[in-house]
Ligand binder design. Sequence first.
Ligand SMILES: Cc1cc2nc3c(=O)[nH]c(=O)nc-3n(C[C@H](O)[C@H](O)[C@H](O)COP(=O)(O)O)c2cc1C
Length: 235
Amino acid sequence: MANLLVVYYSAFGHVFQMAQAVADGASQSGAHQVKIVRIPEMAAPENRVIQPDKERPASGKSLSNQFRLTDRYSKYEAAGVLQENIPYATNDDLRWADGILWGFPTYYGTMPAQVKLFLEMAGELCVEGALEGKPTGIFNSTASIHTGHEAAILTAMVPLFHFGMIFVGLPYSENPEYLTADAIGCSPYGASTLAGPDSSLSPDPRELLMAARLGERVADVAAALQLFRSSEASG
Ligand SMILES: Cc1cc2nc3c(=O)[nH]c(=O)nc-3n(C[C@H](O)[C@H](O)[C@H](O)COP(=O)(O)O)c2cc1C
């Protein structure tokens, strides 16, 4: 039985929904134990990225019509309530896992600072090689189709390579849904959802299906590696 960890950060709840789909997919793959944990805000409320909504005076270059940032704080608070029962991630969770699925929203084409800080605080595991040889997959969320979902997954691979993890993606043949002209997420690199510039979209069923397949694939690889390693150990 392989232990699968789904570790994520989500401000407005889209990545949380993807995390649940990923966990469902991982559970389908045999009798695995699956645990969902979240990365905390890390900063005091006054230093957090999402602050109570403020009036923004329009400037010549303002994109406020596109980003429509109003109501952000109430959406953030509502998403926080939905996640209240999800425990916070610890280094021991990472040690427990035979396979790890990471989820986060795209911030400037890469992972949010909360996730980067969590990885930095897991430095002792890097030094010990505690995650080396564990399979991993990444899922995320972006505002829209051309604003960084693929870049955020690719750039997140860099620190995870330092931990020695083995990457699992979403191959074309198993995921024909993303071979479409429709504006939906997902790519060979991992599972993604489009939240919309105002975070008003819900994950498309095809995105959730592919997220589940990513969970199942990482679980399969973790189970296969476990079998191989135990047969190696027993000679
Ligand atoms: C500081 C910051 C930077 C962001 N940068 C991007 C970006 O580069 N590309 C993008 O599509 N969306 C960007 N967004 C929007 C988030 O990706 C979006 O809110 C997120 O995908 C929603 O996921 P969640 O509901 O799980 O938080 C940014 C949001 C914040 C707060």
